[in-house]
Design a protein around this ligand. Structure first.
Ligand SMILES: Nc1nc2c(ncn2[C@@H]2O[C@H](COP(=O)(O)OP(=O)(O)OP(=O)(O)O)[C@@H](O)[C@H]2O)c(=O)[nH]1
Ligand SMILES: [Mg+2]
Length: 257
């Protein structure tokens, strides 16, 4: 996995975990910031970007309703209830920017959030199981797939996977679609607080191996928890590397495009 980011000892081994592991806890720090440039400068850039203004822009239920956009986009994709909206909130440090729910199927449109004119965060409806009429779920899935496969400003899709459940067939179907469309995607494990540190390390390395064979997959998996904050700063750094920096931030070098 390479370089370990300084993480201030944040919890991949939090309290309140449902099933305490009998085995000794590993030094479980699977996350790195290799792609964002090493170390604290990348973390700082991510911190600054996500500490800035973030505004709701629009919700789109159909492709024709997508906003015109010149800004780089990052989409949050994954099965219903995996934690997409929660992750948008955690990254931006806002509790209620994106609506979340214990009931699958909360997000029913593509919701666009503008991060200081530098990056657009797109919270997608979940694919797969959702407590909503089948026809409606199928309609969302179509819009999500059309968006993912054919959106020019989309710089990266984050494919969220529940740490407890791992990759499901429907995730593999989305990966195959992204590979075909040549859309770069990065797997983000969610709810890392729900499994033991050793199980998380195992899950991460199994995924790393699986992704090595996927042409459009970003090579590094980031494990996150919105409960403990694990992985959030590293994901911010990784996304900041995709953002569009404007002239008033000349103190920060423009990333390669
Ligand atoms: N323990 C734990 N729970 C989480 C985490 N992230 C999200 N959740 C919970 O998972 C549930 C679903 O979260 P959402 O963010 O609404 O999930 P979503 O992927 O946006 O769901 P849809 O919009 O329905 O597709 C909520 O009850 C969240 O509190 C996490 O890191 N740890
Ligand atoms: Mg949601």
């Amino acid at each position: 996995m390479g370089h370990h980011a300084p993480d201030g000892g944040e919890g991949l081994n939090p309290e309140g975990r449902p099933e305490p592991g009998g085995e000794a806890e590993l030094e479980a720090k699977p996350n790195t910031v290799r792609d964002a440039g090493e170390g604290s400068a990348a973390l700082e850039r991510g911190r600054i970007l996500f500490a800035g203004p973030c505004a709701y822009v629009v919700s789109a239920a159909r492709i024709e309703q997508l906003p015109a956009s010149g800004v780089a986009e990052v989409a949050f994709a994954g099965r219903s209830n995996v934690g997409k909206s929660s992750l948008v909130n955690a990254l931006t440090g806002r509790r209620t920017l994106a609506k979340t729910s214990v009931t699958p199927g909360r997000t029913q449109q593509l919701n666009f959030f503008d991060l200081g004119g530098r990056l657009m965060l797109v919270d997608l409806p979940g694919y797969g199981y959702a407590r909503a009429p089948k026809a409606r779920v199928e309609a969302w899935s179509r819009v999500v797939e059309d968006y993912l496969a054919g959106r020019p400003p989309l710089r990266r899709a984050l494919l969220l996977i529940d740490s407890r459940h791992g990759v499901k067939d429907i995730d593999r179907r989305i990966m195959a679609m992204l590979n075909r469309a040549a859309v770069a995607y990065q797997v983000v494990l969610t709810k890392a607080d729900k499994i033991t540190a050793s199980a998380l390390v195992e899950r991460t390395s199994a995924l790393d191996a699986e992704l090595r064979t996927q042409p459009a997959a970003h090579p590094e998996v980031i494990a996150t928890s919105v409960r403990t904050g694990a992985g959030i700063d590293i994901l911010r750094a990784s996304l900041a590397a995709l953002s569009t920096w404007t002239a008033d931030t000349s103190d920060i070098s423009t990333p390669a495009r």
